[in-house]
Design a protein around this ligand. Structure first.
Ligand code: PLP
Length: 377
């Protein structure tokens, strides 16, 4: 079996497992607002899907995305999820011999996109107390080279949950501006942050901002996101987009309905996931050696360090999998630091987190006894 088939079969099994508790992919399992369901049902019932959506996205959705981030003057290009925007922007801005600079850990797919067009990748380690689990702009400056074309900043960082301060963003923007590179500011998790600062406000021309509906609105399976950038940049990106026949009409209807109910619906979702973080923090504090290095997290997920317990993250993941609970091994994000931690997503029902927490001592014992090599993705 080829690698992609093994990976796909793994996810196919997960998606087809009834009652799986999804604590591994930062998806949002909060009950959807009735208006969002109604938009989806109406689109299906009226068979609106026979036509293509507008190539750059519904005008109302494009305006709603720009307004949600307060980036007036910028333009949005709707895509099949944030990942499609990242793919498109990496292909547009990078070529053979160029370099993409990002953190370690980061979100890996843009590195794969960069490499696929012949660009190199340079990572600045940020994992560990010595770095405060965050990117010191001075270390970014050291990593810049004459051929650095793109800085890819996941902020809030997935998996760490740290977010850049206003001063850090200002410095990062200055470094990017000086070098003539572009900043891809991946703000997929912005809505969960305690405080968040948009680089595009300081540097609207060289910043490309990435937006997702998968996390805050919980539409991961519908595939809708966007890139927000200077209108000239969007003009360039709109010249050869992967989805020139429009992104899913049904997903866009759901996203527009979501933006309309956001202020009423999202605060409770946010409070719930923060409450879930607190439950896990309390449970971790009761187990000597188990550490939650970033708390509170600015994402809808947290990191648990299990290396001091002598545990392999993969073993802990496999132990929970026996209980139909999916958490993520650190190696998914980083080969360098991946043996130190697991990631747990918390925008999920309280009962799932309670189950996770109640099982924690037993799962640690179970993982200690597990030496079998499990294939994880
Ligand atoms: C940092 C980051 N960017 C982008 C994505 C992809 O988002 P979407 O589902 O909108 O494609 C993810 C998904 O986990 C992510 O973690």
């Amino acid at each position: 079996m080829r690698a992609f088939e093994a990976r796909n079969a793994h996810f196919d099994t997960l998606v087809n497992t009834p009652d799986l508790r999804w604590l591994g992919q930062n998806t949002n399992h909060a009950k959807a607002h009735p208006a969002v369901i109604e938009a989806i049902v109406r689109c299906a019932r009226d068979e609106e899907f026979h036509v293509y959506a507008p190539p750059a996205g519904f005008e109302a959705l494009r305006a709603g995305i720009v307004a949600d981030f307060g980036l007036e003057g910028q333009a949005a290009l709707v895509s099949d999820g944030a990942i499609a925007s990242l793919y498109h922007v990496c292909h547009a801005l990078l070529g053979p011999g160029d370099e993409l600079v990002t953190t370690d850990p980061t979100w890996n797919w843009p590195m794969a996109f960069a490499r696929s067009v012949g660009a190199g990748v340079r990572q600045v380690p940020i994992y560990g107390p010595e770095y405060g689990y965050r990117l010191d702009p001075a270390r970014l400056a050291d990593a810049m080279r004459p051929n650095t074309k793109v800085v890819y900043l996941v902020d809030p960082n997935n998996p760490l949950g740290t977010a850049c301060t206003a001063d850090e963003i200002a410095e990062i923007v200055e470094i990017v501006r000086r070098s003539g590179a572009y900043l891809i500011h991946d703000c997929t998790y912005r809505h969960f942050a305690h405080e968040h600062h948009l680089a595009a406000k300081l540097e609207p021309e060289r910043t490309v901002t990435i937006y997702s509906f998968s996390k805050w609105l919980g539409l991961a399976g519908l595939r809708v996101g966007a890139v927000i950038a200077h209108p000239d940049m969007v003009e360039r990106l709109a010249g050869a987009p992967p989805n020139n026949l429009g992104s899913s009409l049904l997903a866009q209807r759901a996203a527009m309905a979501g933006l309309a109910i956001k202020d009423e619906w999202f605060p409770a979702v946010l409070a719930d996931q923060r409450g879930n973080q607190a439950l896990i923090k309390a449970a971790a504090d009761r187990i000597p050696g188990l550490v939650m290095p970033v708390y509170p997290s600015n994402g809808n997920f947290i990191v648990l360090e299990c290396d001091a317990l002598g545990l392999r993250p993969e073993a802990l993941v496999a132990a929970y999998a026996e209980h139909r609970i999916m958490i993520r091994q650190g190696a998914y994000h980083t080969p360098t630091f991946g043996d130190r931690f697991v990631k747990v997503s918390v925008s999920v029902p309280r009962a799932w987190v309670e189950e996770f927490v109640d099982l924690l001592p037993a799962m640690i014992e179970r993982a200690r006894g597990m030496n079998a090599d499990v294939k994880l993705f």
